[in-house]
Design a protein around this ligand. Sequence first.
Ligand code: GLN
Length: 277
Amino acid sequence: MSTTVREALAAARAQGVDRLDAQLLLAFHLHRPRAWLIAHDDQPVAAASISPYAADIARRADGVPLAYLLGEREFHGLRLQVTRDVLDPRPDTETLVDWALERLAAPSMPPTAEVVDLGTGSGAIALAIAHRHPTARVTATDLSPKALAVAQDNAQRLGLAVQWAEGAWWSALPGRRFHLAVSNPPYIRGDDPHLAALRHEPLLALTPGGDGLDALRAIVGGAPEALRPGGWLLLEHGWDQADAVQALLRGHGFDDVQTRADLAGRPRCTGGRRAAV
Ligand code: GLN
């Protein structure tokens, strides 16, 4: 007895997997577009595809991000390769990229602005900026050599030029000075129960432990030294951390401190300008 497309999708549903995720996984294993499934739901699923599909449905039901199963994720118009060595880039982080692109378009920015993405992971933010603002000189750092390898692969495949540096935050960039710095650092509290649901992603990318602010403190603390006068620092943070990040920025002499909302309307990104002297 062969399994039809409809039955394969129903089996996924019974395991609690979203219909869209199940369709994308089935389409992936059948090497068909998702639209084909919709028009052919009484067709048999090729026998060779059943067990790899079922294995991926079980992984998805266990909370493995869809991007790891498909091996890729679309971010800000770019198709990125994503592995377990990097955070699965979130659509909310596109808010930070849009803000960075706005800053780069400001008349005070030189076209060849020096930009850095601290803790780049898959390279998502750095590559999106390099793609949309090709005259910028983009550098990206990560503590994890495995993450940097994923990011470099992405850059090569997409034909985008980014300079890579391995190390913790600013210490990866001795003596460098930037017009714009962006980061989506680990910011989840060490005791946040939400971490259990994210257990398939690298812990290093999700939480610095403690109150969740240590990475943000390190980045803001080193920024006055590493930014040019009038340079901007834009940060992603937790939904309840905007006040703390605003206070950190003001405490380090930043002005024009502002917060922006994510796609769900929660305060998600805060940034400011290093006072021009
Ligand atoms: N936004 C992610 C989440 O809450 C966390 C990413 C991060 O810590 N930078 O699922």
